[in-house]
Structure formats: structure tokens, C-alpha cells
Design a protein around this ligand. Structure first.
Ligand code: ARG
Length: 460
């Protein structure tokens, strides 16, 4: 059994079951690159302020490099008795660099060390998430741009409502993911704060230079309050909140892709490379990617709830409970990045069945609002027009026809304001293109939105 760096006051050896129960190396080992980079910056700073010598820092940096290579190449041996990644690295450093390793932990605690590691890890993952959100937005914009004239039913209550451009529908998701990206960028600013130098909770008596460590590790700021720095994880809760919102958006998109690729809708065909088959039914092509994304949303929301519940009512400062922050955080990061990335790859390859969409937009009285607007344009108050068209809809339903399939005489029966030009007024193109209010579905608006999005993406 390895000797523990903290066992000076202990009269008996730790029970094996305690070692297994408290160990976190199985999952926190993924933090090793950040832990080692943090240690290198820390010992350079200790040399700068005269706590260790230049020769010692050289030995430490070389030793840490050796340990890193072992970890990189999977040649590192883990052992429950060493608890976490920090202790493993320090113990191995003692073996490869000798006694000087005992100086590394001067003016430092694992409490500020883990806060640093998690922040460094999460800032890198947040940057990656921002890149993936951008790729997904680009995929949506390009799919929209490739189909500027495809008209589909817009829905409310999952009932056909009014015709919209499919590009407009896709650009709605562009807006959602743009806000998600902004949330991640905002969150990054609060992750990117350097906590090392807090030590256990109260700061340290050594003349440390925290700004220098921040500079070496490329942090724009250092934490203000030592107790806050080791004991809060709001930066992770914030990331998980933003991640959960993104997953909710992805789940909505996924749900639509599942519906749209059914025989009942038939609006899109998923690329074969992004679908799967059935082990029993030879005809099946299943939308497993959007289904799994939909399913994985619960994991990320669950991780957010796990961290919020973990942190609730924790007294200051560090508590070992907080070791439990890592698995939900890592799982959420892995899940979100996988879901964003597979969607960014799949979306450009979706096949759009324009005629099916158009047919669906032509059936189900999606032009009823426009017929009412036509009457308003000829002087009828809207409520009256609504009632009048409602009667026409009931009549048409009875005849098994659409409004635009009624004869002019039949239509005139509902209002003498109706003329031959109503038919043109009720065509899909006219209905879409009249909706020129800011943010509406007219081709002019949507083409401008696509152009604006392309400019924004090019500038990011
Ligand atoms: N592994 C711990 C964590 O993840 C960090 C070390 C702090 N441990 C301690 N006994 N003070 O939170």
C-alpha cells in the first residue's frame, strides 16, 4: 500500500472499503492534463517568489512531463489508496523526480487544485461546445438556403395552422441555437476565473503571485474570495443549465425529425448513413439518431438537477460532497457534444420532400386566416370576417372540399365582398409572401434572415 501524504496523525491504516468508497480516480483521471499544467504553473510561481529554487522548478517540470507522458500513453498505474488524480500524480512524481516532489504542494491544497482543474477542463469543453453550436447553426442555415421556396404547413397544437417556408421553420432553430451559443459564451466568462492560491479555504501565508499563475494558465482574472473560490460550483451549474436548454432545443428538433420522417408525414428522408434498421423487419429504416438525442436530453437535465441538489445547503467552505460534481458534469459534457456534433453532420444530408410538404400545406384550410384577412381588406371587421369564414369552412367540410375549391358562387354566398381575386389571394405563395411583418415568413424576410445569419457565422 502506498503511504498516504496525510496519514501522519492516523493510528491505523485506512480500511480498504473506505479507500474504494472515497476514491474518485476512476473518473477524475480525465483531468490530468489540467492538473499537470496547473502544477507546472504553480511551481514556476513558487520559484518566481523565492519559495523554491530555479533548479527545483526545473526538476519538478521535468518530472511532471514524465508523469504526463506515462498518462498520455496509458502506462500509469492507478490505486484506490491514492484516492484521486491529484494524489496519483504527486505520488508518481516522488518516484520519478525524487524528494523535490515534496515541495510541489507548498501554498496549495487539493481544494483549490480541483477547483482549478475543473475550471480548466470546463473552459476547454465550453469552447468546444461553442464551436459545435456554431457548426449546427451553419448546417441549419445551409439546409434552409438550399430550399428557399419549399412551403410546408406551420402547426399549432400539432394541427395544421398556416403555411410557412420550411426555411423559416429551420431558421427558428437557428435562433434557438444562437441564443444557446450566447449563453455558453456568457458562461465561459465566469468559468474563466483562476482559483489557485486559495489553498484550503483561507488563503496562504506564502508570498504567492496569483496573477502570475493566471497569466501562465491564460486566465483573464483571479477569484476574489478564497472561501467562495473553493466552495462554489455555480460556474458548473451555469454550464449545465445552458447545456440543458440546448438539449431541450435539440430534443424539439429531434422530435420533429422523427415525426417528419414517418410515412404519415413523409416530409423528409433521413440519409441512410444516419439511420438504422431492424433486426426482424427487413423494411424498416429507423430514425435512431433523433430518438437517442431526444432520450439523452433527460440525462443532461438530470445532471443539472444532480448538481443543484448536491450544492443545495452545503455550508462553506469545501465539502467532500463536492467530489460528486464530476460524474454528472462529465456525462453532460460528453452527451451534449456528441448530440451537437452528430446533428451538425446529419442535418446537411437530410432529403427534403418538397411536394409532400406542399400537398400537406394545401389541405386542411390553412388559408382560412387569409380569407378572413381578404374580407378585412374589403372593409369587414375582423371578428365578423372570422365568423363568416368559419361558416365557409363548415360548408366546405360538409362538401369534402377546401376553401379554394369552392365555386365563386358558393363563396359569394358567404359575403358579397368576395371576388374572383380571392383565389389568387389564397395561393400558398401569396399567403407566405404577404407575411412581411418583421420576423414573418415571407420569402423576402427569410432570404434576408439567411443572408444575415451567413454574415454572422462568417464573422464568428
Ligand atoms: N477529489 C476531491 C474532489 O473532487 C478533491 C480533493 C479534496 N479532498 C479533500 N479531502 N480535501 O472534490
Amino acid at each position: 500500500m502506498a503511504e498516504k501524504p496525510w496519514d501522519g496523525r492516523f493510528a491505523e491504516k485506512t480500511d480498504k472499503r473506505v479507500e474504494a468508497f472515497t476514491a474518485s480516480h476512476a473518473y477524475d483521471r480525465r483531468l490530468y492534463p489540467y492538473d499537470i499544467a496547473g502544477s507546472i504553473a504553480h511551481c514556476k510561481m513558487l520559484a518566481k517568489v523565492g519559495v523554491i529554487t530555479g533548479e527545483e522548478v526545473a526538476q519538478l517540470v521535468e518530472g511532471l512531463g514524465t508523469v504526463k507522458r506515462e498518462l498520455d500513453h496509458g502506462k500509469f498505474v492507478f490505486d484506490d489508496s491514492l484516492e484521486d488524480i491529484h494524489m496519483h500524480i504527486e505520488a508518481r512524481l516522488l518516484q520519478v523526480a525524487g524528494k523535490v516532489a515534496q515541495k510541489l504542494h507548498t501554498a496549495r491544497s487539493r481544494n483549490d487544485q480541483i477547483a482549478l482543474d475543473v475550471r480548466m477542463y470546463l473552459r476547454e469543453e465550453t469552447r468546444c461546445t461553442i464551436g459545435l453550436l456554431r457548426a449546427l447553426r451553419k448546417a441549419l442555415v445551409e439546409l434552409a438556403a438550399a430550399h428557399p421556396d419549399v412551403i410546408m404547413p406551420g402547426y399549432t397544437h400539432t394541427q395544421r395552422a398556416q403555411p410557412v417556408l420550411m426555411a423559416h421553420h429551420l431558421m427558428a432553430y437557428y435562433e434557438m441555437f444562437t441564443r444557446d451559443q450566447a449563453r455558453m459564451v456568457d458562461c465561459l466568462g465566469r468559468i474563466d476565473v483562476m482559483p489557485l492560491g486559495t489553498a484550503a479555504l483561507a488563503g496562504t501565508t506564502y508570498p504567492i503571485d496569483r496573477a502570475y499563475v493566471a497569466e501562465l494558465l491564460d486566465f483573464p482574472a483571479v477569484s476574489n474570495n478564497s472561501m467562495d473560490a473553493v466552495s462554489d460550483r455555480d460556474f458548473a451549474m451555469e454550464f449545465l443549465s445552458a447545456a440543458s436548454i440546448s438539449m431541450v432545443h435539440l430534443s424539439r428538433l429531434s422530435e420533429e425529425l422523427v415525426l417528419w420522417s414517418t410515412a404519415e408525414f413523409g416530409f423528409v428522408t433521413l440519409p441512410d448513413a444516419f439511420a438504422t434498421g431492424s433486426s426482424i423487419m427487413p423494411q424498416k429504416k429507423n430514425p435512431d439518431i433523433p430518438e437517442i438525442v431526444r432520450g439523452k436530453t433527460g440525462r443532461v437535465v438530470g445532471s443539472l438537477v444532480a448538481l443543484l441538489t448536491l450544492m443545495k445547503s452545503l455550508p462553506m467552505a469545501y465539502n467532500r460532497d463536492m467530489q460528486e460534481d464530476k460524474e454528472p458534469l462529465f456525462d453532460a459534457v460528453d452527451t451534449l457534444t456528441a448530440c451537437l456534433s452528430i446533428n451538425a453532420d446529419m442535418i446537411p444530408r437530410i432529403i427534403v420532400n418538397r411536394e409532400t410538404m406542399r400537398r400537406a400545406a394545401s389541405v386542411g384550410f390553412l388559408n382560412a386566416t387569409d380569407m378572413a384577412d381578404y374580407l378585412v381588406g374589403r372593409g369587414m371587421p375582423f371578428r365578423k370576417a372570422h365568423a363568416c369564414v368559419g361558416k365557409a369552412v363548415a360548408f366546405a367540410l360538409d362538401k369534402g372540399k377546401e376553401l379554394h375549391e369552392l365555386t365563386l358562387d358558393e363563396l359569394k354566398g358567404f359575403s358579397s365582398l368576395i371576388q374572383e381575386d380571392l383565389y389568387e389571394h389564397l395561393t400558398l405563395e401569396h399567403m407566405v409572401d404577404r407575411r412581411q411583418s418583421v420576423g414573418g415568413t415571407s420569402t423576402r424576410n427569410v432570404v434576408a434572415a439567411i443572408d444575415a445569419a451567413r454574415r454572422v457565422l462568417a464573422g464568428e
